[in-house]
Write a protein that binds this ligand. Structure first.
Ligand SMILES: *Cc1c(COP(=O)(O)O)cnc(C)c1O
Ligand SMILES: [Zn+2]
Length: 428
């Protein structure tokens, strides 16, 4: 079981981040005090949060959660945030709909139950509001005054909005070639938005340089120096899915992969629920979804490699276009360990799947949702996903931000406002 516990430090300088007690290296296990660090001082491995999670009666914890607010803060006892987190100004994301997708299930021949976890319902219309909410608490705790990030689009908007609400300055960085909907969302909240002539991976490298420079002093980069905190926000997807299923684990999950952070933390969240006794232990399979035009993890999976070779992204699924995914090897490990798989779909399949989800369930997904639904179909066709098992597919963003993907979608007919004209159009 991966839930780690250590005795809390006795001195009063330990920041109040609830059940979080230390940073722990995901490679060598070395412990570091809670702070704005992201690399292990021993081996430079990535750091994650170690907890002292609530022990004792699972029933009492379940009741406490159920009586909490209808947003991610109902899970505050399991997150690196102070207990009074809900009283600070924030966007309070989460508790998005888990949609029973019977029409899509029927169309695809799924008999075991299909659900769409629809994170387009978050305040800035993507799952990124979850991770940013946790990073904001860490930024506040560590005394940062500026919020920043390197973004494939959605994160920039989530940071801009959260900064506006919580009273931070923001300065966010994006690749210069993002969708108009993402650029407007990143700029409209009034923070600074800097477009960089390069790919996301170039943007990310630039931000790492900025952190080491006096210019970046006092800046909390949510997905760089606050990454261990930020990443934990994705656990709330696991918690919500299980609670919304009636405190049960699904059999199979299909999750999109950019850096792979979200997928690895959903797995962490599921394992915590088992360890805490909040759900009954049973096997579950995690399937990872990428767009073929940026599928370094799927390529490694299919080749049987443990190492993920960076690629140069070329896909309409720009929110997933990370050519050098930091959590790639962990994604491989989770897919293999749980009996899942990593699969990819072409841009044409992404568009087709956006339309399929919209037509069957009334959910308009961004390209990332087209990727997960497309991969769901492909896994079924390949016999890798069990149609008789209960499946949850993530839609992580809103189709209004990637309208170009479905360009050409428009009126069935344009007519004069007369009955004759309507009849002429053949629709009467
Ligand atoms: C960022 C993002 C993801 C995945 O993020 P990871 O880097 O893998 O954690 C998935 N979907 C959307 C819409 C995103 O913006
Ligand atoms: Zn280490």
């Amino acid at each position: 079981m991966a839930v780690q516990t250590v005795a809390p430090a006795a001195d009063s300088t330990t920041p109040d981040l609830g059940p979080a007690v230390a940073l722990s290296c995901r490679e060598c296990g070395a412990r570091t005090p809670l702070g704005p660090s992201f690399a292990c001082p021993e081996c430079f491995g990535p750091l994650e949060i170690a907890y002292e999670l609530p022990s004792g009666d699972p029933e009492a914890l379940r009741k406490q959660i159920e009586s909490g607010p209808t947003n991610i803060w109902r899970y505050a006892p399991l997150l690196p945030v102070p207990a009074d987190v809900a009283s600070h100004p924030g966007l309070n994301p989460g508790w998005t709909k888990l949609v029973k997708a019977d029409n899509l299930a029927a169309e695809l021949g799924i008999t075991g139950g299909l659900h769409i976890k629809d994170d387009s319902g978050n305040p800035t219309h993507s799952f990124k509001d979850r991770v940013v909410a946790i990073a904001v608490q860490a930024a506040r705790t560590f005394g940062f005054t500026t919020l920043s990030c390197s973004s494939t689009g959605n994160l920039a908007g989530a940071v801009g909005a959260a900064a506006a609400r919580a009273g931070f300055r923001s300065c966010v960085f994006i690749p210069h070639d993002l969708e108009a909907g993402k650029v407007v969302m990143a700029a409209v909240y009034g923070g600074e938005l800097v477009a960089i002539e390069g790919s996301y991976d170039d943007v990310n490298r630039f931000c790492s340089e900025l952190i080491g420079d006096p210019v970046g002093e006092g800046w909390g980069f949510v997905n760089v120096n606050l990454r261990p905190y930020y990443a934990e926000g994705s656990k709330t997807l696991a918690y919500e899915i299980c609670e919304q299923l009636g405190w049960r684990l699904p059999d199979q999950l299909v999750i999109p992969v950019a850096s792979g952070s979200q997928l690895t933390k959903i797995d962490k969240g599921l394992k915590e629920l088992i360890a805490l006794g909040l759900v009954e232990d049973k096997p579950y399979k995690i399937f990872a979804a990428q767009a073929t035009g940026c599928s370094p993890v799927a390529a490694a999976y299919k080749a049987g490699h443990d190492v993920v070779r960076p690629v140069k992204p070329d896909t309409i699924a720009k929110s997933l276009a990370i050519g050098n995914p930091a959590d790639g090897p962990y994604v491989l490990d989770i897919a293999r360990r749980t009996g899942g798989a990593v699969e990819d779909v072409s841009d044409a399949e992404v568009v087709d799947s956006i339309r399929l989800l919209a037509r069957t369930e009334g959910i308009f997904a961004e390209t990332a949702g087209g990727v997960t639904v497309g991969v769901l179909r492909k896994l079924l066709a390949k016999g890798l996903l069990d149609p008789a098992a209960e499946t949850v597919v993530l839609n992580t963003g809103d189709g209004l931000k990637t309208l170009d993907a479905v360009a050409g979608t428009g009126p069935t007919a344009t007519i004069r406002p007369t009955l004759a004209s309507f009849r002429e159009a053949g629709l009467a």
